[in-house]
Design a protein around this ligand. Structure first.
Ligand SMILES: Cc1cc2nc3c(=O)[nH]c(=O)nc-3n(C[C@H](O)[C@H](O)[C@H](O)COP(=O)(O)O)c2cc1C
Length: 185
């Protein structure tokens, strides 16, 4: 791989790792796009909880009863879009998601989830259920609803905006080695 492309890829993963640890990093809250049952796209903001360049995986958390979890069970293909307005860099990551309801990764993630955040998974009714009034939300135990979404990254499209010329690069994995190329912005 061209050394500049290799440096860009390293920089991209470093940014994702930093974003997962830093609440103020703009890449901390990407948009996750999925395919709905009717074939239409669906998208929502999520929090990036972890990024691991060695395994090319990202970790997200959600409620296993959510629409996104059902969509991923049907079709694991996802796109995640990140935008950093200071660095002026957009990332579009495509990958395959796995929804975990148990196992060591799930247990570790739940153990590290603070009490206030656990409440997000503790609604008695599934997320998205119509209710008559906002106060009609009853809470129980969140553990049974907590899910880890693990995304294995298959392609990265990185666009950096600059007055002197935008820079776009693509990376794709078939085996362990990425194919990298410059792209017309
Ligand atoms: C800043 C922000 C961060 C969010 N983070 C998450 C998250 O990490 N996991 C999650 O399931 N929903 C998160 N949400 C809520 C989702 O955007 C969405 O409203 C909810 O998960 C229902 O989506 P669904 O019906 O497509 O499953 C977040 C929303 C905002 C505005």
């Amino acid at each position: 791989m061209d050394s500049t492309l290799a440096a860009l890829l390293d920089d991209t993963w470093r940014g994702l790792v930093r974003a997962a640890a830093d609440r103020r990093h703009p890449w901390r809250t990407p948009v996750l796009a999925t395919v709905a049952a009717d074939g239409a796209p669906n998208a929502r903001t999520v929090v990036l909880r972890a990024a691991d360049p060695a395994t090319r995986t990202l970790r997200l958390h959600s409620d296993r009863r959510s629409a996104k979890a059902a969509e991923l069970a049907r079709d694991p293909r996802v796109t995640l879009v990140f935008w950093d307005p200071r660095a002026r860099v957009q990332l579009r990551l495509r990958g395959r998601a796995e929804v975990l309801h148990e196992g060591p990764e799930h247990a570790r993630a739940w153990a590290a989830t603070p009490a206030a955040a656990r409440r997000d998974y503790a609604t008695r009714l599934p997320p998205g259920t119509p209710i008559a009034a906002p106060e009609d939300v009853a809470h129980g135990d969140g553990a049974a609803h907590f899910a880890v979404i693990r995304v294995r990254v298959m392609t990265i499209d990185r666009l950096a905006l600059a007055a002197e010329g935008h820079l776009r690069a693509g990376f794709a994995w078939e085996g362990d080695e990425p194919r990298a190329t410059w792209l017309v912005p």
